[in-house]
Design a protein around this ligand. Structure first.
Ligand code: AMP
Length: 268
């Protein structure tokens, strides 16, 4: 399905195009219209299916840019996911200059987060523990929250966040819309759906990779200290093996390998 068929804000369509998304993924095609229609959703989808945009696009559609108050809360199990989700929302909101999104997670200086929150954040992406912390300190107010998203809900349960998730859901306005994404559907997930959602629509997608067919993917488990050395060897190896096949492709791959190398250097 084309994004144009989903009745989206023209600024989101432009951003989606810039991000290189050509077609809506199955979870996006199924979930976006239902979420835009104000319905609660339980989405069974793993990472790699495009689930982040499936809920982030409707969140952006529904935010009132003139209201400089918290309107959507997205809970994620880890700091990495919170940062990644906030980043994806920022990209989707590239042409919506009046929308502010902030990731909050444990381990980051709370004073800095409080300062950013005061600037009028409309979308908060955070780990349950840290969101609870802000709630107790009254540095976030839920009065205007109309959407709560639980991303990777099964992971949050496994990490012992059930109570925090339930407290946050209890403290947000009852007429909110609640969206839950989970790779698996254990009983505890269905209990949360029963207790905190209203007549939720269950949307399942069979895992469908977004990766292009002619790209092969590998992963190597390696100790952090050996990461750079492995990358250097891989780069040499890739260049060597590809040069044998096709010179032009080798040029492309060598550039990509440089990119990877750079990213890894900055991450360490
Ligand atoms: P997610 O399942 O949300 O973690 O997304 C996996 C990756 O796919 C992310 O890098 C997204 O930016 C990308 N992505 C999401 N939707 C699409 C789409 N419709 N077409 C191509 N890539 C996408």
């Amino acid at each position: 399905m084309k994004f144009e068929e989903l009745n989206l804000d023209e600024r989101i369509l432009r951003a989606v195009e810039d991000m290189g998304f050509e077609e809506a993924s199955p979870i996006q095609a199924s979930a976006i219209p239902v979420i835009m229609d104000d319905r609660d959703v339980v989405g069974q989808a793993q990472t790699g299916t495009g689930k982040t945009a499936a809920y982030s696009i409707p969140v952006l559609e529904k935010i009132d840019p003139d209201l400089k108050k918290l309107q959507a809360v997205i809970l994620c199990p880890t700091r990495e996911l919170a940062v990644q989700v906030a980043e994806e929302i920022r990209k989707l909101a590239k042409y919506m200059s009046d929308i502010k999104v902030l990731p909050v997670y444990g381990g980051q200086e709370i004073v800095r987060q409080i300062k950013s929150l005061k600037a009028g954040v409309q979308i908060l992406v955070g780990t349950p523990g840290r969101v609870m912390d802000h709630m107790r300190r009254k540095t976030v107010k839920f009065d205007n929250v109309s959407m709560v998203v639980l991303d990777e809900a099964d992971e949050m349960l496994d990490m012992g966040f059930r109570e925090d998730m339930e407290t946050i859901l209890t403290d947000t306005p009852e007429d909110r819309q609640t969206i839950m994404f989970s790779a698996t559907m254990p009983k505890a997930i269905m209990d949360i759906a029963k207790n905190f959602q209203k007549d939720a629509e269950i949307i399942k997608v069979v895992r469908k990779e977004l990766t292009v067919k002619n790209i092969e993917q590998y992963y190597y488990e390696v100790r952090p200290k050996n990461k750079n050395e492995l990358l250097c060897r891989l780069r040499d190896f890739q260049l060597y093996s590809v040069i044998q096949k096709d010179r032009l492709t080798s040029l492309y791959l060598s550039l990509k390998a440089e990119d990877i190398l750079q990213t890894e250097f900055t991450e360490i």
